[in-house]
Design a protein around this ligand. Structure first.
Ligand code: ADP
Ligand code: MG
Length: 461
């Protein structure tokens, strides 16, 4: 039988807050990681998009975080994009009670972020660039941060943020707990784990790579001048689509051109103010627009369920980007169509990419739509229909948690304190909403900077 949140050690008031949002049973990655994270262990988790990683790290964080002084947050969640940072903050606040959750990212003014930090936040969700700017301007210090979450570590690596992530981690408490989530755990992410996590418990859920064969991959040969009409056709034939463009300017222009041809489209890219991006995304997720025209950077970390199609208007930089982009459709057992617009001079590169992706076998490359052959091969029967299947994101995910290290702490939290039955530490913040007011509330003096060898001060909160 599957464990409940309560059985994983989650306090009752948080279980109730989750239930109010219709979240009753932990998803697989949550069931695998929450107890370890509550114990204070470093966790290294791999799970696909939509598998519920936010609550997997968010619930333990809210339960265990200490109370922050002004400009001295206690927990830090690093995320690669503003949208993702926002989504995380919104999700955490939905059950955080009196735990203060703040969020900082670029593209918006500094004023509000400075004053929020001055008032004090317990959990700070941040994009690395803006956080470094705020640190440079003495808006805060990370010296009290004894819990760090690195979300979407692979994307951070892809986007070139790892040097900044390292600099930031170096400023946090050496006794910190470090939790890392990623869609892949190799390469740069493995290195990050080696240098910044201590004896992490590793949990892996789902396939190592997104199963792109669940989508119907179509490669349309088009002349440059015909790309807009082809995009219109891809959308009218398949439904709501994310259309990928290489540049910001190109995305704005294409959204306009689609509009002129009767397809409701909004562009989303880093050149837009955050409010505009949020509005565009909300319109699209509400189904009010048929197409979201996005640059790769803007699209990272956007969570949109049930996109019918992905259109590669400009070709992806490489096969990894193709996988990232295409993973926006055919999620959670639903079907989806991926259309690549291939101009004659792009045919060779496209073919090479298809070979890398294992999509080249049935490739004819000669006519304008080589889709029928692909469809036969890559699409399991029934996958295409937009089934009204259940929303359970974990369905089909396979457990591969490495039990090997799991119990290495032999029932003791890493900080040496015995683990109580329900995973709580006794002196953690109460979650009955009656948090004592005033300085020093529920924070013993001994919490203060303890730089000895123990990973964490004995009375952390
Ligand atoms: P990931 O970070 O792995 O991509 P998210 O954390 O964004 O996934 O979760 C995807 C969606 O699933 C969110 O809308 C979230 O509210 C929902 N969700 C997460 N956990 C559960 C659960 N245990 N039960 C029901 N819905 C959940
Ligand atoms: Mg996530």
């Amino acid at each position: 039988m599957q464990a409940t949140f309560a059985q994983l050690g989650v306090p009752n008031d948080i279980c109730l807050a989750l239930e109010r949002r219709g979240i009753n049973t932990p998803f697989e990655i949550q069931a695998a990681t929450i107890a370890d994270a509550l114990e204070g262990r470093d966790v290294c988790g791999r799970a696909p998009t939509g598998s519920g990683k936010t609550l997997a790290f968010g619930v333990p964080l809210v339960v265990t975080v200490g109370v922050a002084d002004p400009r001295r947050p206690r927990a830090l969640v690093l995320a690669p994009t503003r949208e993702l940072a926002d989504q995380i903050a919104v999700e955490l606040r939905s059950f955080a009670g009196d735990v203060r959750v703040g969020v900082v990212y670029g593209g918006v003014g500094y004023g509000k972020q400075f004053s929020m930090l001055r008032r004090g936040v317990d959990i700070l969700v941040a994009c690395p660039g803006r956080l470094e700017d705020l640190l440079d301007q003495d808006g805060l210090t990370l010296a009290d941060v004894d819990q760090v979450v690195i979300d979407e570590a692979d994307r951070m690596a892809d986007m070139g943020f790892l040097p900044a992530v390292r600099r930031l981690l170096d400023q946090t408490s050496p006794q910190r707990q470090t939790v890392l989530f990623s869609a892949t755990l190799d390469g740069d992410v493995a290195q990050l784990t080696r240098s910044y996590q201590r004896n992490p418990v590793r949990h892996e859920v789902g396939e190592a790579k997104p199963d792109i064969t669940l989508a119907d991959h179509q490669f349309w040969r088009v002349e440059r001048a015909d790309r807009i009409d082809a995009t219109v056709r891809a959308i009218t034939e398949n439904g709501q689509a994310i259309v990928f463009c290489r540049t910001r300017h190109g995305s704005d222009r294409l959204a306009r051109q689609l509009g002129q041809r009767g397809v409701d489209a909004v562009a989303i890219h880093g050149g837009h103010a955050q409010n505009k991006r949020r509005r565009s995304l909300a319109q699209f997720t509400a189904g009010k627009t048929q197409a979201l025209v996005a640059t790769d950077v803007a699209a990272r970390g956007i969570h949109v369920d049930e996109v019918d199609a992905v259109v590669h208007y400009d070709p992806p930089e490489d096969h990894k980007t193709y996988i990232h982009r295409s993973g926006r459709t055919a999620r959670a057992g639903r079907g989806g169509v991926v259309v690549s617009l291939v101009q004659p001079d792009q045919a060779r590169d496209t073919h090479r990419m298809k070979v890398k992706l294992g999509l080249a076998a049935a490739d004819t490359e000669s006519n304008s739509r080589s889709s029928s052959t692909r469809r036969d091969r890559s699409q399991p029967s029934g996958a295409k229909a937009k089934s009204a299947g259940t929303k359970s994101k974990s369905s089909g995910a396979k457990a591969k948690s490495s039990g090997g290290q799991r119990k290495s702490s032999a029932g003791r939290a890493r900080n040496g304190r015995p683990k109580s039955k329900n995973g709580s530490h006794g002196n953690q913040r109460s979650h009955n909403g009656n948090r004592p007011k005033g300085k020093g509330r529920s924070r013993p003096k001994s919490r203060s900077r303890n730089r000895n060898n123990s990973r964490r001060p004995a009375a952390r909160r």
